[in-house]
Design a protein around this ligand. Structure first.
Ligand code: NA7
Length: 535
């Protein structure tokens, strides 16, 4: 029972966090195997190949910062790069650091069971093989468990159909086709504006409209790229200092502190500026003061009314059950103008619900539609979903899914008591924000802990139940008063297509990224006194 494990560490997933974790663990000299379900690296950027998929964060602020060589070598062609370019970038990182030699592709992890007797995890794959390891590092991603809609007959459609996160690797043409898109989140919006360009007809089935705002993407000329590159140290420093690691951060003023004219001019400027500024660089009380939130919502609603010709359609596109910014703001490029096209129809499924999907299309309460293609842009079982899909069992056979049945409980978003030696990258209760920035800190912190363990021959690491409770309570407290937590969305753990996920929970850290990092760094500086460490 005391045989050495197959690997010092197994990392589940080769998205950006898994790739960087592998790179860092190699530096420590730990034997590491990355298990990846797909056939290539890149995670989100590998799976989400749907038409129009692209960054909503500035390309250069989203890339890895750990490698000066990569920063020097890679030129971004657009301020908000498309998915093919991002995947090419991640493939290049994998090539440059020869990451693939420790990544096992086509290997979906089905189970991970802790074995106390020899303090190892036993990790089982879908094909029946299993490996043991001392440390299990999950790099499964917060938005990687796609969900199909729970509409009767969903599997019966005989034409082309696909979930956006399972898009084929071969190009898909919509030229001359009758296409349906179900779902109008960030993914649906990007898909719709692209498909509308070529489809013979596009019918959009919308359940909840979202507050979308202009992305205003543009190309980067070589001279501008040189300027951007020269500014990298200052840019990454800024990302470390802002609330959620973006280039944008809230304006310190409050909405009604300024004159009506100043407020209007500020919002006009934000609406006409590229990227997330209007969401993340707005007045500081936008997400906590109802009147402030209502005012910006009115401003954006009027923009929609100006852009959509048919006012009945415009009203359908304006959210009525939540305020601006309380759900993830989809960034768009002429999205609203799509509804001025003759080939595009918007169906509000609250008025005419989808009754079933049929072999030839779908039926709503009033019409039977025929389609050549149906695109499911119906989102993900977010944050905890990718954990739930693996049978993870800790001490005494306790299942993580059961443990989290009323919402996640974690220590710093990286560990759970009862699940020793399991370290989560970008797990629940983490600051999401500009994800690669958070990933780099998270991976560096885990790597330091691994180094500490290696140097002291520590073979078992577990947070205490008290510390898990304290962090979980802290995360919940931070969410109080934030309007975002009063609205159903993936950010509050609600997914109508998943049993048991109809109730809002606090599944992510909503404090500032600098505060999160300071807390983590203090734990490391104390020699991890809050953790139970055993040799
Ligand atoms: P989202 O934002 O969760 O959007 C999913 C969309 O699909 C949303 O409009 C849903 O409506 C709709 N949906 C889901 N299930 C159904 C059913 N059963 N019937 C009709 N419509 C349905 O996922 P995305 O992929 O767009 O974006 C996720 C994140 O990935 C995004 O925020 C980025 O950060 C990257 P609902 O709003 O629930 O009424």
């Amino acid at each position: 029972m005391t045989a050495a494990p197959n690997f010092d560490a197994i990392v589940i997933g080769s998205g950006m966090s898994g790739m960087y974790q592998l790179y860092r663990l190699r530096e420590l000299g730990l034997t590491t195997r990355v298990l990846e379900a797909g056939t290539g690296v890149g995670g989100t950027w590998y799976w989400n190949r749907y038409p129009g998929a692209r960054f909503d964060s500035e390309s250069y602020s989203y890339q890895f910062s750990f490698s000066k060589e990569m920063l020097d070598e890679w030129d971004w062609s657009e301020h908000f790069a498309g998915q093919p370019e991002t995947l090419r970038y991640l493939d290049r990182v994998a090539d440059k650091y020869d990451l693939r030699k420790d990544i096992q592709f086509r290997s979906r992890v089905k189970s991970a069971h802790w074995r106390e007797a020899d303090r190892q995890w036993v990790v089982g794959l879908e094909d029946g093989t299993s490996y043991s390891c001392r440390f299990l590092i999950t790099a499964v991603g917060p938005l990687s468990a796609p969900t199909m809609p729970n509409i009767p007959g969903v599997d019966s459609f005989a034409g082309e159909s696909c979930h956006t996160a399972r898009w084929p690797h071969e190009p898909v043409s919509f030229v001359g086709k009758r296409v349906a898109v179900i779902g109008t989140g960030a993914t649906g919006v990007q898909t719709i504006q692209e498909v509308a360009k070529t489809a013979k007809s596009l019918t959009v089935f919308q359940r909840t409209p979202n507050w979308c705002a202009p992305l205003l993407n543009s190309k980067i000329a070589p001279a501008e790229m040189a300027e951007i590159r020269a500014n990298y140290p200052a840019m990454f420093q800024r990302c470390l200092e802002t609330f959620s690691c973006f280039l944008h951060t809230p304006d310190l003023r409050k909405t009604f502190e300024v004159t009506d004219q100043e407020r209007e001019a500020f919002w006009e400027k934000l609406y006409a500026s590229p990227g997330f500024g209007i969401w993340l660089g707005n007045f500081s009380d936008m997400m906590t003061d109802r009147a402030a939130n209502a005012a910006i919502s009115d401003f954006v609603a009027n923009k929609i009314r100006q852009r959509v010709k048919n006012q009945a359609v415009a009203e359908k596109l304006i959210p009525k059950n939540h305020g601006f910014g309380t759900r993830r703001v989809p960034m768009e490029t002429k999205y609203f103008e799509v509804y001025n096209q003759d080939n595009v129809k918007l169906v509000d499924i609250n008025e005419t619900p989808i009754e079933r999907i049929t072999p030839t299309g779908l039926t709503t309460s009033d019409i039977e539609y025929e389609f050549d293609s149906i695109v499911f842009a119906t989102g993900f079982d977010a944050i905890t979903g990718s954990f739930d899909r693996i049978d993870i069992r800790g001490t005494d056979g306790q299942r993580l899914k059961d443990r989290w049945s009323h919402g996640p409980e974690t220590y710093l978003g990286t560990m759970v008591d009862g699940f020793p030696n399991m370290l989560m990258l970008m797990g629940p209760h983490m600051a999401l924000g500009n994800i690669p920035r958070s990933i780099e800190h998270n991976v560096d912190w885990v790597t330091d802990l691994m180094r500490h363990a290696r140097d002291r021959k520590i073979v078992r690491i577990e947070p205490t139940p008290q510390e898990v409770k304290a962090w979980t309570d802290h995360v919940k407290e931070l969410g109080m008063g934030n309007l975002l937590f009063e609205v159903n969305s993936w950010m509050t753990g609600v997914n109508t297509n998943v049993e048991g996920k109809q109730v809002r929970i606090v599944n992510r850290y909503s404090g500032s990224a600098p505060a999160y990092r300071a807390r983590c760094d203090a734990v490391a500086a104390s020699g991890y006194q809050e953790l139970a460490l055993a040799q």
